[in-house]
Design a protein around this ligand. Structure first.
Ligand code: G3P
Length: 216
């Protein structure tokens, strides 16, 4: 399973990239609104740091505008993926862009049938939001199971990108189900490497090594 960061915060992206496990980035207008500078400059910088796909979202609500904006985004860097919200106009834009070999990520997916429609339109990725479903007492991970099953039934090449991840359990469950990508905040990615018994073990080894050193 690929690990993406869900952020437009360049320092976090740089730090995550040094670990060597960063496969891509997802951004959205909210994440970009938290950063200083022009969105195009930020995205350009991110694309230089990260080798894999970097999603940049359109804000138009009609297909023509989405396609225009999407094509603008593709000029920023080769690894840009155009993120398009799920709706009828979005599906039209995904179809048009995919016919021009532009990669797309259909976002704001909350039902399996939305994911199927996006895949049929030619989306390269779909982004189901698990955390926001959990927030309204609907199990987000069940949606991932359904989408993975449906895509496998018909052999869609569309990747399942689990979004709105809030904790490490979402990441583990995504991997168990067989999702292609998990996109997460930097805090969640950092916490994946942690375990209290690992910390305690390191502490113990260091303390015991001190005793060995005192012997010589
Ligand atoms: O990038 C889309 C998604 O991951 C947003 O997550 O936490 O705002 O629901 P969240």
């Amino acid at each position: 399973m690929k690990f993406f960061l869900d952020t437009a915060h360049v320092p976090h992206i740089r730090e995550a990239a040094t670990v060597g496990l960063l496969d891509g980035i997802t951004t959205n207008p909210t994440l970009l609104s938290k950063e200083e500078g022009s969105p195009a400059d930020i995205m350009r910088e991110i694309c230089k740091i990260v080798d894999g796909p970097v999603s940049a979202e359109v804000i138009s609500l009609e297909a023509e505008g989405m396609v225009r904006e999407g094509l603008e985004w593709t000029k920023v860097a080769e690894n840009i993926v155009v993120k398009i919200p799920m709706c009828i106009e979005g599906l039209k834009a995904i179809r048009t862009l995919s016919e021009q070999d532009v990669k797309t990520n259909c976002t704001l997916i909350f039902s399996p049938i939305q994911a199927l429609m996006a895949a049929k339109a030619g989306a390269s990725m779909v982004s189901p939001f698990v955390g926001r479903l959990d927030d309204i007492q609907t199990p987000g991970m069940e949606l991932i199971e359904q989408i993975v099953q449906i895509f496998s039934n018909y052999g869609f090449p569309t990747e399942v990108l689990v979004a709105s991840i809030r904790n490490p359990i979402h990441v583990v469950q995504s991997a168990e189900i067989g999702a292609d990508i998990a996109t997460m905040p930097w805090s969640v990615m950092q916490s994946l490497a942690k375990h209290p018994l690992t910390d305690r073990g390191i502490e113990q080894f260091l303390a015991d090594w001190e005793k060995v050193k005192q012997r010589s």
